[in-house]
Design a protein around this ligand. Structure first.
Ligand SMILES: [Zn+2]
Length: 374
């Protein structure tokens, strides 16, 4: 019998055991570390990045002249978006602050967001989702056994931001995504958040049969239209400025009495339960591996520190019991049914309809148009 050989990346904590189909180069570095190197070097040197963002700030300000706002900023209460609010103020921007409430906010998150807006004198616009409908969508995803349950929230946030941009004629959004803390995400651990066909089909097969009415969504053509004609530009600010999690945390703690949630994306009760229980239990995925590997690549922690972090349990037994009870009660799902689902085989998002067919049509059309106008 062949021996199970585990290959470990020489730099990060990903291995052939914890990430399916991962590949390594001749130096023993994994493809995700190489991806990190590639995207970061594309941004250029520090001086180039500083100049780029300086010009962008001027551009944003100019676009907002005569308008109440010059950009949109979505805040979750987490470190990245909280720091971004501070950065926007420091640089004289006038963001329309949007918070999307999907019903799972921890009280601490609500308090953190309120503190930040108060101290920065930014008005807070909270969009509350229709909980009954959202709950049915989340239940459908859990029953279907697809991995990216969070795609629902991300899709709704994306849609909400687009709609606000149209309403207020805003051309820019500040985006908290950054390579330094989240560049690495193994294939198959997330799905395309924009894919409305996929959401619809999963709900059609596993939902309660009611028509979706108010859930904020964008279909392929509407999104394409927005993309081509609205030209809303999403600025990944944190990629262009010196940024570390530690520094950001210190600033927001000192200035806004911001309090920690104890984990990345743990500002939402559901996200915490999803990352710390559903993903490892049903999908054998521990997202801490990806987060910590990004931090290693950006030099914020050592491999030893990351491995020590991985040795900590995802949940204490008591916390798990309490939070599981809370989540299931809120979703209205019996524990026996949930436990049965957790040990049932997962399904791929690709087992359902996706927008791939629309993309194919779109590219075909572009090809035809190009030939005609040659
Ligand atoms: Zn690696």
């Amino acid at each position: 019998m062949e021996h199970d050989h585990v290959t470990e990346c020489k730099r990060c904590i990903l291995t052939s055991k914890n990430v399916k189909n991962i590949t390594f180069d001749i130096d023993g570095i994994c493809e995700y570390c190489r991806y990190y190197d590639k995207v970061v070097s594309k941004l250029g040197y520090a001086t180039q990045k500083a100049l780029w963002i300086k010009n962008k700030i001027a551009e944003i300000k100019k676009s907002g002249e005569g308008n109440a706002y010059d950009c949109i900023l979505g805040v979750s209460g987490g470190i990245d978006s909280s720091y971004l609010a501070y950065w926007a103020k420091e640089n004289g921007l006038r963001p329309l602050i949007v918070h999307f409430d999907n019903g799972w906010n921890s009280e601490l998150a609500t308090e953190n967001i309120r503190n930040i807006c108060e101290k920065l004198n930014f008005e807070l616009n909270t969009h509350v989702i229709n909980w009954e409908e959202f709950k049915e969508l989340q239940l459908a995803y859990i029953k279907a056994g697809v991995i990216d349950i969070e795609a629902l929230t991300d899709h709704a946030i994306m849609t909400t931001i687009y709609k606000i941009a149209v309403k207020y004629r805003i051309k820019y959004t500040l985006n908290g995504f950054n390579f330094a803390t989240e560049a690495i995400m193994p294939r198959g651990w997330v799905f395309d958040k924009a894919d409305w066909e996929n959401i619809k089909d999963i709900y059609r097969k596993f939902g309660n049969g009611k028509t979706i009415k108010s859930f904020p969504h964008l279909n392929f053509y509407k999104r394409l239209y927005y993309h081509l004609f609205l030209k809303l530009e999403s600025i990944q600010v944190l990629n262009y400025i010196p940024y570390t999690k530690q520094m950001a945390k210190e600033i927001i703690t000192n200035r806004f009495s911001w309090r920690d949630y104890g984990g990345k994306h743990y500002e939402s009760v559901f996200t915490k339960f999803y990352q710390a229980y559903i993903l490892p239990t049903r999908f054998k995925v521990d997202k801490r591996l990806a987060h910590l590997s990004s931090l290693i690549c950006s030099g914020q922690i050592t491999k030893e520190e990351a491995l020590a972090e991985m040795n900590k349990p995802l949940y204490s037994e008591n916390d798990l019991k309490q939070e599981k009870e809370y989540v299931l009660k809120k979703l209205g799902m019996a524990e026996a049914e949930f436990d049965k689902l957790m040990s049932s085989p997962a399904r791929k998002h690709e087992d359902f309809k996706t927008e791939k067919i629309y993309w194919n049509r779109y590219f075909k059309l572009i090809k035809i148009l190009k030939l005609k106008f040659k």
